[in-house]
Design a binder for this molecule. Sequence first.
Ligand code: FAD
Ligand code: SIN
Length: 525
Amino acid sequence: MQKEYDFLVIGAGVAGMSYALKVAEFGTVGIISKTVAEESNTYYAQGGIAAVTNLHDSYEKHIDDTIVAGDGLCNKDIVKLVVSEAPERIQELIDWGADFDKNPGGEYDLAREGGHSEHRILHHKDNTGEEIQLSLLRQIANHPSITIHNHYFAIDLITQHHLGYHTSRYQSDIECYGAYVLNIRTKSVIAILAKAVFLATGGIGNIYHSTTNPSIATGDGLAMAYRAKSLIENMEFVQFHPTSLYYPGERPSFLITEAIRGFGAILRTKTEKTFMHKYDQRGCLAPRDIVARAIDNELKLSGDEYVYLDCTMLDSNELIAHFPNIYAKCKKLGIDITTDYIPVVPSAHYVCGGVITDENGRTSIRNLYAAGEVASTGLHGANRLASNSLLEAVVFSHRAAKHAISVLPRLKIKNNVPQWNDEGTSHPEEMILITQEFKELQQVMTNYVGIVRSNLRLKRALDRLNIIYEETELLFEKSTVSQKLCELRNAINVAYMIIKMARNRRESRGLHYNIDYPEKYKLLD
Ligand code: FAD
Ligand code: SIN
């Protein structure tokens, strides 16, 4: 079985949907999502989207903040491009129906988060992602050229090498024609072919034991691109959000937005002492890598399982009005955030690296574009500045759409693509073979490749991962393809990239902190 579109979009988060809405004016679009289209990292975004929208702020300040957070590895041209194109892309989101909060004077109610020198985060209460996701979905639902396939799981990209093609840093001799996709309901695999393929599969949080990411975030797109030999970089820079709610057993971990610290909340140890002043002059509003590492250090020193976020000094009515979802969630668990401290811990949140793309979202594979969390555009460097991710997604989806539209007349659907071959396989007898490997993988990544790393821990991680990899590959060869088995295999590929790149980085920088190269980790005098 086979389907054909002009544009295939893999992923229905902010990147996939904003791209789809643009290219749909020029051809047919098939979007696939491995679950219901509402479920994405985008949907869970709380704090908001960063952009310069008033005269107190300037592009220069947003550019500087991004570069400082990125710890020397941002591509400055890309940072400038993203920051200066932000207002136009934000206006588009508004035109598509996203509503950002305003103050009584009719100006945007701008929030502040760690690493930002100004209030510049547009938000919708504390559920900005849901607002954006649902606005885009409403536009998509009404679009005659877009078909959205829920419960369609992309297994692998369909690619071919063309010896003799001219190659460069951004273009290899590999071409992409579509993807093999598992219809989860019918359990059949089809080839979806397209003239241009857009990878927008989001993040990787679930390779760690504790994450703010929903269960979809298993790094599928990264693993598919890796197997197709796309260029990938900076995977060692995994961002842990400093403040997820400490509530053992809950998955994903509920986020307590950084905007609440921008609003005045402060961190305290379990014995109620403040500590961020010991680590950074910016205190609780230092960039995320610094705050997460400081909390990790305090927990190691005290042996406690969490620190506290204290909002009790803030105006209760204002606090509830700005953060109604956090208030309601905590209240349900018996924590009144207006009077009680919130127990918080760092959790895996975002991967800064990914599939390398150029300024038009092109990957090194021909006809394959990528944007959103799966991509590495050069914006984030070694550490992403808060609320720059939704922004990056809309900027590069727009650019990729423009580029794909401009080359569309030259592109063709590939003929004679082989069908998916499942011969000689059968259903694995025991699901436990998959779930146990996944748990082991999460333990290895959490204990050896977390916020603080060492050469020995990374070596241990690689040794353990090799065993998990070999067992899983054997299972994959013998088994009928299934979502869970593919996700495990993808998570292993992603873990491998993180460990390999972490081992290759012989320094501590940004989110990658290795105790064998400790020069960057200093307490203030
Ligand atoms: P996603 O929104 O994750 O979408 C991925 C899509 O790909 C989904 O539709 C999924 O089903 C699909 N998919 C994945 N694999 C497959 C497959 N194999 N086959 C088919 N479909 C597949 N960033 C900010 O800028 N500001 C914030 O305030 C903010 N808050 C956040 C809060 C939380 C709790 C989290 C988790 C993240 C937050 N982020 C924030 C980060 C930001 O939300 C994400 O980086 C961004 O939304 C990613 O968008 P995306 O379109 O790349 O991927
Ligand atoms: C948050 O609201 O704290 C998350 C913001 C982000 O991940 O950019």
